[in-house]
Design a protein around this ligand. Structure first.
Ligand SMILES: C[S@@+](CC[C@H](N)C(=O)[O-])C[C@H]1O[C@@H](n2cnc3c(N)ncnc32)[C@H](O)[C@@H]1O
Length: 261
């Protein structure tokens, strides 16, 4: 089973987009950590709409991306008004890559491994296609210790009461770190950017109601409609109005894995 993002392709950038200044910091950090040169070949399984890829492609780096969702890659194609020469896009499953061994200098995953039940196979494939001195960047953004987190915890608690815990399809961060460490990688954790954002209670409820996040996609409709009503009731009791603004502190974090071959 794989979790395609077809269903949210058209709203992905609007709901997950990073502020421009953050994107610049992330791009600069990736270039610095990988000592990228004009010859560096980047690879991203689960490239999606190219949220992270586009600035690197625009800087002229050779970038190859695969995804199981053609619709997500269509968003990327339309954003770039086509596919520039230095970008290669293929529909492929990250658990079985259509590439020879040792062909990329840098591989990045951004919000992928927690989605794929066969995440160990994804790591094995990334390791296979990376050159012996290649670098793997395992990346994610998080909004912990924030207002959004309180919302998410409540949603989780409501679903547990309905005996339908929130889905986690693939690896936890700890599991990824464990495998990389066991396989001899040298790991370095880096925070590429930190920023504040805000949303109203109404905007957050709209996102939950619209099943914007993959962890809600497997919930049967009858449980979902009861649970969402309970979330709305809780939110209005807690925050009083849909207009109340909730603040969040977010981070974009990378784990750099070197000597992993
Ligand atoms: C959360 S999105 C992240 C997209 C992009 N990396 C980013 O950070 O914006 C995850 C992407 O991985 C894709 N995906 C999920 N399972 C996959 C698999 N087994 N092989 C390739 N792509 C996969 C989804 O279709 C989706 O486009």
């Amino acid at each position: 089973m794989s979790i395609s993002f077809d269903r949210v392709a058209s709203i992905y950038d609007a709901t997950r987009g990073l502020p421009e200044a953050v994107l610049e910091q992330v791009t600069e950090c990736v270039v610095r950590l990988t000592s990228a040169t004009a010859d560096t070949k980047f690879f991203e399984p689960g490239i999606g709409t190219g949220r992270i890829a586009v600035p690197l492609v625009q800087k002229g780096y050779s970038y190859t991306g695969v995804d199981i969702s053609e619709k997500m890659m269509d968003e990327l194609r339309s954003k770039m008004q086509g596919v520039p020469n230095n970008l290669t896009l293929l529909k492929a499953d990250a658990t079985s890559l259509p590439f020879e061994d040792n062909c990329f200098d840098v591989a990045l995953t951004v919000h992928l491994l927690h989605l794929v039940p066969a995440w160990r196979a994804v790591l094995a494939e990334i390791r296979r296609v990376l050159k012996p001195d290649g670098v793997f960047l395992h990346c994610h953004s998080s909004a912990s210790f924030s207002g959004y987190d309180i919302f998410e915890k409540q949603w989780k608690a409501i679903l547990e009461q309905h005996e339908f815990p929130l889905a986690r399809y693939g690896a936890t961060e700890a599991e990824v770190m464990e495998v990389l460490t066991e396989q001899g990688a040298m790991l370095e954790k880096v925070t590429a950017a930190e920023w504040n954002s805000s949303r109203t209670v109404g905007e957050l409820l709209y996102a939950y109601q619209g099943r914007f996040f993959s962890s809600s996609w497997q919930i049967p409709d009858n449980i979902f409609s009861q649970a969402i009503q309970e979330l709305k009731d809780w939110a209005l009791r807690t925050y009083e109005s849909q207009e109340t603004v909730i603040y969040s502190n977010s981070r974009f974090e990378l784990t750099v894995a070197r000597h992993w071959s």
